[in-house]
Ligand binder design. Structure first.
Ligand code: ADP
Ligand code: MG
Length: 272
């Protein structure tokens, strides 16, 4: 608990770090990685706090941050940059990765396995001791400025062989395994983010953990902390508990009527 109090809402020269409640020693590992310029990989299910953690740490350490949400159309050129036509002239425009490398900023590639395969090629020379970014199109080879740090996240839970990181890539990163926060910590987070009282938040977190227990049987993914916060926000706004749970914690998990009925039975078991 003490660690959470120490880091939550730390005021960095005027900029307030977004609230983040540490689950383990992830802040220490991030700080050490940042100090030594080592690349860091955050593994864990969706909505468990990975992105929030990076925003928090960047402000806490007073570091500029470039975040790239990766998707299946994202190519190396989107990260590195490209020639664009401007007023009849072609000019080179740096992408977010190149800007971070030049400025010595943190570059965060959110859900990196979603990106196209050519992305890993540009990451490799940046993640060994050369710390360089070759720009094939311009012939430039940029040495990463001091302070540059590469952070990537991915969700190993998807049972999709195409959506996984090759060992040759993952062995270049320090890694932190994220999971949903512990019961008490999640209550603290949901209360804080939604404004709902502790007693009603506690019931929602209990329900979330029951739903997570079904993962693998009928559900691909357990309910995320993000969804619990959505649910609490709706209830705090005046929606009935039943409707809020349906909209935020049942419908997002499955499209199968039988599965949803089964999930609602758990709700009845907890709420009576
Ligand atoms: N440890 C935590 N401290 C503070 N907020 C958290 C924490 N974990 C999850 N959250 C909340 O859950 C939401 C979703 O987390 P996010 O970082 O977007 O998940 P991810 O990037 O892992 O998919 C955040 O916006 C935040 O409100
Ligand atoms: Mg994220």
């Amino acid at each position: 608990m003490a660690a959470a109090e120490k880091t939550a809402d730390k005021n960095m020269g005027g900029a307030r770090a977004p609230f983040y409640a540490p689950v383990s020693d992830e802040c220490d590992i991030f700080e050490a990685a940042e100090r030594h310029g080592l690349p860091l990989l955050l593994k864990g299910p969706t909505g468990c706090g990975k992105t929030r953690f990076v925003s928090h740490m960047a402000v806490r350490l007073g570091r500029p941050l470039y975040t790239v949400a990766c998707h299946d159309d994202l190519s190396a050129a989107d990260l590195v940059g490209r020639y664009l036509l401007k007023g009849g002239e072609t000019v080179w425009v740096d992408g977010p990765l190149t800007r971070a490398v030049r400025e010595g900023a943190i570059c965060y590639l959110d859900e990196v396995v979603e990106a196209r395969k050519d992305v890993t090629v540009v990451l490799h020379p940046l993640t060994d001791d050369r710390r360089i970014l070759p720009l094939d199109k311009t012939g430039e080879e940029i040495e990463a400025a001091p302070g540059f740090m590469l952070v990537a996240s991915y969700n190993p839970g998807y049972q999709n062989i195409l959506k996984t990181l090759k060992p040759s890539t993952r062995q270049r990163f320090l890694s932190i395994d994220f999971d949903f926060p512990t019961h008490d910590r999640e209550i603290e987070i949901v209360t804080r983010e939604s404004g709902l009282d502790v007693s009603r938040t506690t019931s929602l977190v209990r329900l979330a953990n029951k739903l997570r227990g079904l993962k693998g049987q009928d559900l691909e993914e357990g309910v995320s902390t993000r969804l619990v916060i959505y649910c609490a926000t709706l209830i705090e706004d005046g929606m009935s508990v039943d409707r809020a749970i349906r909209a935020a914690m049942i419908e997002p998990l499955s499209d199968d009527e039988d599965v949803k009925r089964g999930l609602m039975d758990l709700v009845t078991a907890i709420y009576g």
